[in-house]
Ligand binder design. Sequence first.
Ligand code: IZC
Ligand code: ZN
Length: 424
Amino acid sequence: MSHFDTLITNIGQLLTMEGSGPAKGEQMKKLPVLENAAIGLKDGKIAFIGTNEEAKGFRADQVIDANGKLVTPGLVDPHTHLVFGGSREHELALKQQGVPYLEILKRGGGILSTVRATRAASEEELFEKAKFHLDRMLSYGVTTVEAKSGYGLNEETELKQLRVVQRLQQEHPIDLVSTFLGAHAIPPEHKDNPDEFLERMAALLHTIQKEELAEFVDIFCETGVFTVEQSRAFLQAAKSLGFAVKIHADEIEPLGGTELAVELGAVSGDHLVGASDVGIAQLAKSNTIAVLLPGTSFYLAKEKYARAREMIEAGASVALATDFNPGSSPTENLQLIMSLAALKLNMTPEEIWHAVTVNAAYAINRGEEAGRIAIGRKADIVIWDAPNYAYVPYHYGVNHVHMVLKEGKVVVKKGGYDVNVSLS
Ligand code: IZC
Ligand code: ZN
């Protein structure tokens, strides 16, 4: 008779996200659902997936009765700026007065204000702050997170940020994937010679490679930041050293960053709000994942959102992320992004679940490890206070997590009130 460490029984709907490779176009529309299911976990891995009936004869050290709830893989957030100093609540008033995001940056605020705070913070302070945000992500059901540097814009501080990510990789239950975004903005000391700045950041790639501090390299390809030509050269240099690449492309103004992402064979092209028809057609034929960030369009109070429908109909693979950062998307809540994807990108619940699990995992080269519940994989699982998968994007703005298991261990359990706390 089978014996498990943990058996999760009475699962109302189980989304295994079964399949191979990322889900592209039409494949995103189908979501196999197992009803009245059970899963067995052993040594932190998935060891059984079947019906509740089959599981009745099994034994386990711990039985978790899901009581008809929805169970899914742990969510994957493939685009965050996790490590930073300070905050930017003062920019909300500027935004209300109609000052555009890129204008705030031009005046030395925005990213550059976070750069000042990040340079001033100690590694320990940055670690504690990032850990606080990461704990919150875990509480929202996220078990794998990509984290970018990019608030140092000098050697010392970029390395400081990357070391914080490295330490969190060792000390936090969430699996982290590290991205070097030294080319996030032009620091004031290089205002008149951005190419020299890019040379400095390119030189830093050697240290990052030697110390294994990042596996991806990213760049902010945007008006007033880095051009398509600069982005191409910088990412080609990164690729020649063996880094995988990503691009902040066509976020605010359409420059052809989507086409550049495809041309370079980027693992992901991110934002893509201004992606052209040609860019979308190329994306659909490529292996580059479109990482869409509707929280950013929302928070920048934009009318225009990425054209997810056209991308999916053309056959592209779409993922979703928070873009968690102190300026354009201060939220750790990927569930809120799922609701925005429904309302602003017109994505269906089936497409949304692909976009925050398997496709998000492929967007950070973790497709073979995260985003699916399959025999032999890490048991990263969320039990939701939801009767079905459509309920999560529908009931917006709150946390639907009932329980999170990371590698088979319960790491989040819905609290409730502690009745022993005295109010007097
Ligand atoms: O700090 O504003 N878009 N980078 C590119 C960001 C937003 C983060 C920020
Ligand atoms: Zn970003």
